[in-house]
Design a binder for this molecule. Structure first.
Ligand code: NAD
Ligand code: TYD
Length: 375
């Protein structure tokens, strides 16, 4: 079977892990990374595989219909794994138009390009769309101290396992997005399903919880805080730090994408998560202790960097995803306990300071400062 796979957003955080996995695991596939290289796209994320014979890079905007169609033709694309997106909630609050353009119109442009190129010959084709659990809205924090297992989980390897409420997001949960980011992702998910239902295109959607790990842009909580702790800069905790997120190590997400791309059922939705809920403030304390220890500082001495700031508008209280369908039907489960994953992650950022400095020394820093001034 020849596979010519278009991976969009491959120069970003999750995309780079997916590209690396596919390029190394499937030498017979042709992997085409289509990325516009926005502020979040960084080819340094793929240095180790950039010369692989089965890897190709195309700098392209997913909204550029002619250019996208030309790439389908050039590489005879038969599978799409679509990750390109504007991905940061705070930016979506400041600039919702860019999110609608890329996440909605860009996804539609890709769908239409695939439809035109495949022209009804659906056999062996797949359009796989990567989405977020944020489309489901927010869950309540009914158990602020957390509930010990057993609750709805089969992830036997997870130890933390605290649930901060009795509800979870299931594949059947109604969409109820709140931020411009999640509204744009929800809209794109609907378009993908509409292309299946209307035209018969083989599509798949997965909704994943918060990822963490190497190569994440330092506007997101974990890499931002690791870097700030290192430089003893304040750690801006939104609101009271009570919000809850489920965290998944990025390589586990990439493995799930591999399994689903090859074995998932067309037109299905799969939730992907870590069964690993953390209150922001508890997670931040773990990160501080880990950075301190790995830098040879007294463990916990940087707790005083915690700075409570004005809450994010519309800040969703709790995300908690049930990924037992994926575990049951396709046998995937998270491989890392959070303590292990966070240790690997902190170590990676400390060992790759040049990667971080390249980002934080540039325009990005100015943007970020301005964002905080305007809060
Ligand atoms: P990211 O911001 O790190 O990377 C996004 C990539 O898309 C960048 O390389 C960027 O250059 C590219 N891109 C942006 N606009 C583009 C355009 N118009 N044309 C072509 N390329 C463009 O994002 P991420 O965190 O890696 O997220 C990847 C996908 O996974 C997104 O669709 C996101 O919604 C989804 N997701 C992310 C998380 C998470 O925790 N990060 C969780 C669940 C789902
Ligand atoms: P983030 O990494 O932006 O992911 P998302 O908003 O998609 O969940 O934020 C994770 C959580 O951390 C979220 O509840 C917001 C909070 N947060 C802070 O408290 N301070 C920060 O500086 C950032 C970036 C996030």
């Amino acid at each position: 079977m020849s596979r010519n796979i278009l991976i969009t957003g491959g120069a970003g955080f999750i995309g780079s892990h997916v590209v690396r996995l596919f390029v190394t695991k499937y030498p017979d596939y042709r992997i085409v990374n289509l990325d516009k290289l926005t502020y979040a796209g960084n080819l340094a994320n793929l240095k180790d595989i950039e010369n692989a014979p089965n890897y190709h890079f195309e700098k392209c905007d997913i909204c550029d219909y002619d250019a996208v169609r030309a790439i389908f033709r050039k590489y005879d694309i038969d599978g799409v794994i679509h990750l390109a997106a504007e991905s940061h909630v705070d930016r979506s609050i400041k600039d919702p138009f860019t999110f609608a353009r890329t996440n909605v119109m860009g996804t539609l442009t890709l769908l239409q390009s695939a439809r035109e190129y495949w022209n009804g010959a659906w056999d062996g084709k797949l359009f796989y769309h990567i989405s977020t659990d944020e489309v489901y809205g927010a869950l309540e924090l009914t158990h602020p101290e957390g509930i010990k297992p057993p609750f709805s989980t089969t992830a036997s390897s997870m130890e933390h396992h605290l649930a901060y409420g009795t509800d979870f997001f299931y594949e059947t949960t109604k969409y109820n997005p709140h931020s411009p980011y999640s509204a744009s992702k929800a809209s794109s998910d609907h378009f993908v399903r509409a292309y299946h239902d209307t035209y018969g295109m083989p599509t798949l959607v997965t909704n994943c919880s918060n990822n963490y790990g190497p190569y994440q842009f330092p506007e997101k909580l974990i890499p931002l805080f690791i870097n700030n702790i290192r430089h003893r800069k304040p750690l801006p905790v939104y609101g009271r730090g009570e919000n809850v997120r489920d965290w998944l190590y990025v390589e586990d997400h990439a493995r799930a994408i591999d399994v689903i791309f090859h074995h998932g059922k067309v037109a299905e939705t799969y939730n992907i998560g870590g069964f690993n809920e953390w209150k922001n403030i508890d997670l931040i304390r773990v990160v501080i202790r880990t950075v301190d220890r790995l830098l040879g500082r007294k463990e916990g001495e940087d707790m005083n960097l915690i700075t409570y700031v004005t809450d994010r508008p519309g800040h969703d209280m709790r995300y908690a995803i049930d990924s037992s369908k994926l575990q049951r039907e396709l046998g995937w489960e998270p491989s890392l306990q959070f303590e292990e994953g966070i240790e690997k992650t902190v170590r990676w950022y400390l060992d790759n300071q040049a990667w971080m400095d390249n980002i934080t020394s540039g325009e990005y820093e100015k943007y970020y400062e301005e964002m905080y001034r305007n809060r």
